[in-house]
Design a protein around this ligand. Structure first.
Ligand SMILES: [Zn+2]
Length: 460
């Protein structure tokens, strides 16, 4: 045994902290129990704090370049921000350049990340709006590479696939066992709303929520659910922002359909009133923040168990990259990988009364099951020793400098937070906390090994 964690309250199995010792060898958890033999292992005294599984953020955009704007934090800085929030694995996106194949784009991004990441990582591959329709061969190659999920868009020029292409992609996915992630916003409804606003001279970021109405999300989700029923494809809806869409997904899943979805902290805790304030650029992401009634309905669906995963949709543009720019020119996306767990813990567990295990299901257990990461997301013998020492009694205030990472801001500046990540180990190696070091390139590629049927992923 290399490492022995003692005097910790460990979130194993059901995720509720209980006294347990954790033995680690070769980067994996090899023993759980009481009074484990010391065996010359280095002892880590948890001092009564909680020991959690390393968390998984399945939706990040590190080092993203889109429409000529490049995010401020790259793979290393984004990894360091992740570790501060207890995230030890991220799933990011590989998007092909024009003319580039899916597999080539994915290999290329994987290599770039391998040199720089300080947390473990996997990739989803973006399927652009144009290209060959027979994707079965490419999907089979991606699955061999360890990519089990592709992303399609229903909006954005160049990225959006029309209905005919969506059906072809879903058929290829069903044939190969690929999971299809959907950015659900029907472009015609977005264009219609944006055009009406432009005609009225309403092009500032104050109108962002109006430009992308809730109906666009609800319509796209309903349509894709119908396409999935026809093709047999398994679907995962990213960043759901409306209660109505979350309900459609949850109802389908409760009927046994292999579909599920995620939401993000900003849709749960912030509303569209922020766009009327002095700094709308601080809240610019797509889909936009929603009116309070829509936001509250989303929260109710989360409570009902309609969604399985919470993720950050981290995207590290800085405020000065979009301040003063009109709608359509300001690059959207907010930093959030480091605030994902702190926010959800504070609002849902410390203030909301959720059992810790229920939150860990959204951030660790379910992401690992949905995306096929068997070594991740649990404190169990055989799993990677990705461990987070968490002090539930700590209090701190989120701030632009401390919590915003390299992009330099967080939408939650000034928020009072409960509990704090004290230290993190990645495969048994101390990577965050006193005496720990995050080394670029220490993050390893994590292949997805999906089993068909995401509908079976627990009852949360
Ligand atoms: Zn995203």
């Amino acid at each position: 045994m290399d490492l022995l964690f003692v005097r910790g309250l460990v979130a194993a199995e059901d995720g509720e902290p209980a006294p347990l010792e954790v033995g680690v060898a070769g980067g994996r958890i090899v023993a759980l129990g009481h009074e484990l033999p010391r065996d010359g292992a280095a002892v880590v005294d948890c001092g009564g704090l909680w020991l959690l599984p390393g968390l998984i953020d399945v939706h990040t955009h590190l080092d993203l370049s889109a429409n000529g704007a490049r995010t401020r934090d790259g793979f290393t800085a984004g990894s360091v921000a992740a570790l501060a929030g207890g995230v030890t694995t991220v799933l990011d996106f590989a998007a092909p350049e024009p003319g580039q194949g899916l597999v080539e784009a994915t290999r290329h991004r994987r290599e770039a990340m391998a040199a720089a990441m300080a947390v473990d990582f996997g990739l989803h591959t973006v399927v652009p709006g144009q290209g060959p329709d027979d994707l079965s061969g490419a999907f089979a190659d991606l699955l061999r590479l360890g990519v089990g999920s592709v992303k399609v868009f229903t909006t954005y020029p160049g990225l959006a696939s029309d209905d005919r292409r969506l059906l072809a992609i879903l058929r290829a996915a069903a044939a190969t066992g690929m999971l299809v992630e959907v950015h659900a916003e029907t472009d015609a409804l977005v264009q219609d709303a944006t055009g009406a606003l432009a005609a009225a001279g309403r092009t500032s970021l104050a109108w962002h929520a109006h430009a992308r109405p809730p109906a666009a999300e609800v319509e796209a989700v309903g349509r894709l659910l119908a396409f999935a029923a026809v093709t047999g494809a398994e679907l995962y809806f990213v960043h759901l922002s409306t209660g109505a869409a979350a309900r459609l997904v949850g109802d389908a899943r409760r009927r046994g359909r292999a579909v599920t979805g995620e939401t993000c902290p900003h849709y749960l805790f912030l509303d569209a009133g922020r766009y009327q304030g002095p700094e709308p650029e601080r809240y610019l992401m797509t889909p936009p923040l929603r009116p309070p009634a829509v936001q509250q309905a989303l929260r109710r669906e989360l409570e009902r168990g309609s969604l399985s995963v919470a993720a950050s949709d981290h995207c590290g543009y800085s405020l000065d990259q979009r301040r003063g720019l009109p709608l359509g020119q300001a690059p959207p996306g907010i930093p959030g990988v480091g605030m994902l767990f702190p926010l959800l813990y504070t609002e849902l567990v410390a203030r909301g009364g959720w059992p810790l295990g229920r939150l860990l299901a959204l951030l660790a257990g379910n992401p690992a099951r949905v995306f096929g990461l068997p070594g991740k997301g649990r404190v169990a013998v055989g799993a990677d020793a990705d461990l987070v020492l968490f002090d539930p009694g700590a209090r701190w205030t989120a701030g632009d400098a401390g919590s915003g990472g390299v992009p330099g801001y967080t939408p939650y500046a000034g928020w009072e937070m409960r509990g704090r990540v004290a230290a993190v180990w990645l495969r048994g190696r101390p990577v965050y906390g006193p005496g720990a070091e995050a080394v670029p390139g220490q993050g390893r590629w994590v292949p997805q090994r999906r089993r068909k049927g995401v509908g079976g992923c627990g009852t949360w």
